[in-house]
Design a protein around this ligand. Structure first.
Ligand SMILES: [Zn+2]
Length: 476
């Protein structure tokens, strides 16, 4: 039978605050185990939590960017469960009254837009981290440095219908979070964590099937792969007449498979009740308006502006606006006087490829926007050809030298002297009499070969238009 996947995602974002959600302990990553803890975050008796206002500010900022309603009244609840990484035996979270509700996020898949609903985005504290000794002693330790760090859990509606949509959702969400700078979004350090809920239903059926929740997804690609694996696993079960059980499964990136971890708990298993040590969170419109005023132009809006203002194709604008630094770089080049589409071509092809190959970012790139413009000017003036520009570009990327200097030092100036080109062509024609005969005998592609030989003989420096023109005349 043909099935349709129904996918919802839960993303935990570590908010970029200096201190934890309810105490003054540092949130810096990588400190010695248990060096950033205090009686509050390890839950000693008699302590009182104090809410971190900056964490609320960042939550509101995220909510507004996802077009959520900011709840004027929300509260914190205790989510009770016993696990060694949770010293209080409960996590302070938000149950029935979260700070952000009913948002949406627009994604693009195969050139088509789709709006994915955001159910809620609530504040909660992180748990500690278990470290298992891998040398075979069987020892485990627990590091509470992470316990109490503020997280925003962003829960989507089950609106996604393919692994590609899930991937696009995560990309779009990360872009927004980076634009508004509420998190460093570092997946390796756990600043961004994702769980996926997936079920199948026969195509055309309205009712949802039983879902499995997949945890331990540490990259967006793995989310996509895990969903594919689950679709296959669940489809085989359904085809065999078996029932999919509601459970939590772990994804193993090495085998590419998911395996059962525990049966899925229901909300009532957690015995939620209001946190008695914290007052409800009241956010008036003045507070949320003051945050709204700090929001930058968001990815979708920037993309639309790039299409309109710079007359760029949707694709170019989409790539250029994935990250703020890249968008700024592009705009900087245009401000320096370069033609938008020409800059976009260079950035999308040469620059991004080089950055990717060298594992570098746009911030550390030695080619500054001004240098791109200088290089494009040299092409416009005919000093260098587009082909030589690639050599210049490579040199600029490595040395950070100015394009004019590179062209002079390496003797890359284009040959635009008719006499000189004429001479090279004569030589090539006498060396390739067979091709000349072929061309005159009607083999048109011999012309391309001869142009190639001339360019080669001039070491790429001959002006291509002039070569074409003079060669054409000579062969008439
Ligand atoms: Zn603390």
């Amino acid at each position: 039978m043909k099935y349709e996947p129904v996918i919802g995602l839960e993303v935990h974002v570590q908010l970029d605050t200096k201190t934890k959600l309810f105490c003054g302990c540092s949130t810096a990553f990588g400190a010695r185990a248990n060096s950033q803890i205090c009686p509050v975050c390890i839950g000693l008796p008699g302590v009182l939590p104090v809410l971190n206002k900056e964490a609320v500010n960042l939550s509101i900022k995220t909510g507004l960017s996802l077009e959520c309603t900011i709840a004027p009244f929300s509260k914190f609840d205790r989510k009770n469960y016993f696990y060694p990484d949770l010293p209080k035996a409960y996590q302070v979270s938000q149950f029935d009254l979260p700070v952000n509700l009913n948002g949406k996020l627009e994604i693009q898949v195969d050139g088509k837009s789709k709006v994915i609903g955001i159910t809620r985005a609530h504040l909660e504290e992180d748990a500690g981290k278990l470290n298992h000794d891998e040398t075979g002693t069987g020892d485990s330790g627990v590091d509470y440095n992470r316990g109490g760090i503020p997280l925003l859990e962003i829960v989507s509606e089950p609106d996604m219908r393919s692994p590609e949509e899930a991937y696009a959702y995560l990309k779009a969400l990360k872009a927004i979070l980076e634009y508004i700078a509420v998190s460093d979004c570092n997946m390796e350090q756990g600043s961004l964590r994702c769980d996926a809920n997936i079920s199948l239903r026969p195509e055309g059926q309205e009712k949802f099937g039983t879902r499995a929740e997949i945890k331990n997804l540490n990259s967006f690609r793995n989310v996509q792969k895990a969903i594919y694996y689950e679709m296959d696993r669940q489809a085989k079960m359904l085809d065999a007449g078996e029932r999919v059980v509601q459970e939590t499964r772990l994804y193993d990136a090495v085998s590419g498979k998911t395996r059962s971890m525990r049966s899925k708990e229901e909300a009532n298993d957690y015995r939620y009740f209001p946190e008695p040590d914290l007052v409800p969170l009241v956010i008036d419109s003045a507070w949320s308006d003051s945050i709204k005023a700090t929001l930058p132009e968001l990815p979708q809006a920037k993309k639309a502006r790039f299409v309109k203002e710079f007359e760029l194709p949707e694709y170019d604008a989409g790539v250029l606006t994935t990250e703020i630094p890249l968008a700024n770089y592009f705009e900087e080049c245009v401000k320096e006087g370069a033609k938008p589409k020409v800059v976009s071509n260079w950035v999308l092809s040469e620059l991004l490829r080089k950055l990717n190959d060298n594992n570098e970012s746009i911030e550390t790139c030695k080619i500054k926007p001004k240098m791109i413009c200088e290089m494009l000017n040299l092409i416009d003036k005919g000093t260098i050809s587009g082909k030589i520009a690639k050599t210049v570009f490579k040199e600029m990327f490595e040395s950070g030298g100015s394009p004019e200097k590179i062209v002079q030092e390496k003797g890359l100036v284009q040959i635009a002297d008719t006499g000189e080109i004429d001479q090279i062509i004569e030589q090539v024609l006498s060396d390739n009499t067979k091709s000349v005969e072929d061309f005159r005998g009607g083999k048109k592609n011999a012309f391309g070969f001869l142009v190639g030989q001339v360019m080669k003989a001039s070491r790429g420096k001959a002006n291509p238009q002039m070569v074409n023109q003079i060669l054409g005349e000579k062969l008439k």
